[in-house]
Structure formats: C-alpha cells, structure tokens
Design a protein around this ligand. Structure first.
Ligand code: GLU
Length: 420
C-alpha cells in the first residue's frame, strides 16, 4: 500500500470517529465519505529538448454544499489520486470550520517541478488548465496555490482559462483562481495568509496558556511559503527559531536562526542545508529538539506512532495539511502536547482566498490592514468554537474541529434534503 492510500484511510478514520461521536445521520455519512467528482487527465507537454512528455493530473471535488468547490493545486512527484482525495476532503472540513461559503476540492500534477525549467512549468500548467476545461470555473471550482505552486502559476491558469472563453466573459472571470499576483487582481496579504493565520492562532494559544512568546523557542519543518512566513511573523514577536528541516536536511542553532536571513538563503540555494552558522542534525534529532512550539509546514504523515513519542514541545501548530495521523494525534494528546489541528490552523490561506474572490466579484480593493483584521476575526472565532467544543465534549481539538464541520454540513443537508 502506498503512503497515500494510508493517508486516505486516515482521513476516513478521522471522519468516522467524529461521525460516531455526534451520531451523524447515516445518509449524510454516506454522502460525505466520498468525493462528489474526481477528474483524472493525461496530457502532453513539449519539453525544452523538443520531446513530448505525458503528465497525469487530478482535480477532486469533494463537496460543494456550502459553496463553490475551493482548494489548492500542488506540483509534486508523489501526487496521486488518494493524496488529492485526502486533501480535497480536508478542504471541505476546513471551509466549514472557518464558516466561509466554500466547499472543498484539491488538484495536483504528478511531476517534479525542481527538474523543469520555468518555460516547461508554464507549458505544463497551461496545458493542464486546457485539459481541465470547464471542470474549474469562477463560481464553480476555484484553484489556489499549494505545495510548489505560487502566484505566477495562478497567473498562467487565469490567462489560459480566460483565453478559452468568449471575449465578453473574460473580464468577469478573474476569480477563477485566487492567490494571483496583486497586479492581476490578487489580494494583498494572500501570500503570507496561511503563515499569518498560524501565527494569529499561536498568539491566541500563548495568551490562553500564559506562554510569553518573546521568551519562547520554536522549530519548523518545511521552509516554503507557509513555514517561512510563519517563522518570520513569529520571529517578529521575539520567539527564537532554533531548528529547521526541509527536503534537503535539518539544521540547528541553539542560539537562534534569523528567519529572514534563512529565507534569503533558501531562495538562493533551494534548501536549508549548509546555511551559515548552523550545524546539520538528523531527522530524529530534529524531531526531539526541545522547544515550546513545533510548526510542521511540509507534507503529510510526519507525526506518527513512531515519531510522536520523540516530540519535546508544548504545542504543535499544523501549517501543513495532514502532518499528523490518527495514532500520532492520540500520542500527542496522551503526552499533554496541545495541537492546533490543520483544518483550523492553516485555514488562513483559504480565508484570504475568500477575501480575494469577494474583492474580484465586487471590483473592490482592500488594504492590508483590512485583510489582516478580517482574517484575525474569522480565524480566532473558529479557534473559540473549536476550544469550546473540545471542552464541552472532553475531546482533543482535532475531533472537536471535525464535530463542528460535520454538524454544519449535516444541518445544511437536513434542511435541503436529497434530490429527487
Ligand atoms: N492550498 C491552501 C490550503 O490547503 C489554500 C487553498 C485555497 O486558498 O483555496 O488550504
């Protein structure tokens, strides 16, 4: 079994655990346990050497009962249907907990963008968008950045999508993607939004538990968009970043690393390894590093039955999607480590995507202060709902977050009924 079929199994275990707890309506349970639509496309692209390569990609639309399908698009060699199913399902729970009018979807192209030139990535992105056709749409399914995708890639999707439309429909379809460059209708604050949301919740948790962030230490796994923004924003509170791991290896400096300097280093070298003034450590040593906060901001299944016992932190703030499996979550709970679960903690990205979508639809342009204030309000409200639910049901925060999502979806299904 590949790790992603395990990931999807885990998604269903988490879902069933919460569904049992609230005695979810059997019909609603059947509906939510499967994605609504799954699209697989195989398409060609011409590489720089003139040869044709075939690519496989997916878009899974899990649910749109609360609003249009919404979710990122990732480029990674390990992308497969079960990973995309898992990520799409988590998006449904995430948007329901945040209380924003979107459903859940996710997409991915199975390839390694680090081995391709920018021109090749552009041709692959555009041909993929063409292959998807009207699978996506500004009021139907709206992609956004995820692992290895960014504002530039959203710009290519936008341009390809609108170029396929009749001219009179082009101008009003810019909200087909979010996370666009600001000049093309993107929102200020979207690039840092996921990391910003993580830090807003860490601030709130620190306040509730009496942790002085200016005296605290933290470690980060993954130094892409989410990890690097979270590190920079938390660093601005005086919190000390002491160890970082990414796909190139793990580094430590007990005296503290400068998150901004590390960002510039990673931009140049494409990884954290060999960063000046740090020592290299192995994966186990990284996970065992004593700190106040651990921010996993890379891929799925990092905190498991094997690795959870190693953690020596007070809080795990999940910037990544699915970094902790069910067994890992149980062990963290037993060890008394607090967890801000992914479907709450990393919702900042999709919340500001919602703001971008609204601004596009209304031809408005909000400033950073407004975006940040609205994000703060939505994500801390969600935090309070999850905290209260966890307390009243005496369950861990992840289970409480699931209960909120499933209850909201159940209400809507019961109100509307099943057609015909
Ligand atoms: N890829 C991000 C996530 O996993 C953002 C999704 C979006 O903005 O639609 O939440």
């Amino acid at each position: 079994m590949t790790s992603h079929s395990k990931t999807y199994e885990n998604v269903n275990l988490e879902f069933n655990k919460a569904a049992d707890l609230i005695d979810l309506d059997p019909g609603v349970r059947k509906i939510l346990s499967k994605p609504m639509n799954e699209v697989t496309v195989n398409f060609p692209a011409i590489m720089d050497n003139g040869e044709v390569e075939m690519f496989t990609a997916y878009r899974v639309q899990h649910n749109n009962f609360l609003g249009p399908f919404k979710g990122g698009l990732r480029f990674h060699p390990m992308v497969d249907i079960n990973e995309v199913r898992s990520l799409a399902t988590w998006m449904t729970w995430k948007t329901a907990i945040a209380n924003i009018p979107f459903g859940g979807a996710k997409g991915g192209i199975q390839f390694d963008p680090t081995c391709c030139s920018p021109d090749e990535i552009q041709r692959i992105t555009r041909r993929f968008t063409y292959a998807l056709g009207c699978t996506i749409g500004p009021d139907f399914d709206i992609p956004a950045p995820d692992v290895n995708t960014n504002a530039q890639i959203m710009a290519w999707i936008l341009d390809t999508y609108v170029s396929m439309l009749p001219p009179h429909e082009r101008q009003r379809s810019y909200h087909v993607v979010t996370g666009k460059p600001v000049d093309l209708g993107g929102s200020v604050g979207r690039e840092k939004a996921t990391g910003q949301g993580v830090v807003f919740l860490i601030e709130r948790w620190a306040k509730d538990t009496g942790l002085d962030l200016s005296q605290s230490t933290f470690i980060v796994q993954g130094y892409g968009n989410v990890g690097s923004w979270a590190a920079r924003l938390l660093g601005a509170h005086g919190a000390k970043l002491i160890a970082v791991e990414d796909s190139t290896g793990a580094i430590i400096n007990p005296k503290g690393l400068n998150p901004e300097t590390l960002c510039a280093y990673v931009d140049e070298t494409k990884g954290v390894i060999d960063c000046p003034d740090t020592s290299e450590i192995d994966h186990e040593t990284f996970l065992s590093t004593k700190a106040d906060i651990f921010i996993p901001a890379a891929l799925e299944n990092q905190i498991t039955a094997e690795t959870a016992p190693l953690l020596n932190v007070k809080l795990v703030a999940e910037g990544a999607n699915g970094p902790t499996d069910l067994e890992g979550n149980r062990i963290l709970h037993e060890k008394g480590i607090s967890v801000l679960p992914d479907i709450l903690c990393n919702a900042g990205g999709v919340i500001v995507s919602y703001f971008e979508w609204l601004q596009n639809k209304r031809s408005e342009f909000w400033d950073l202060e407004e975006v940040d204030a609205k994000l703060h309000k939505i994500i801390t409200n969600a935090y309070e709902r999850v905290a209260n639910e966890a307390k009243s049901l005496a369950v861990d925060w992840r289970t409480a977050a699931y209960v909120i999502a499933l209850s909201r979806l159940q209400n809507v299904y019961m109100g509307r009924g099943i057609f015909p």
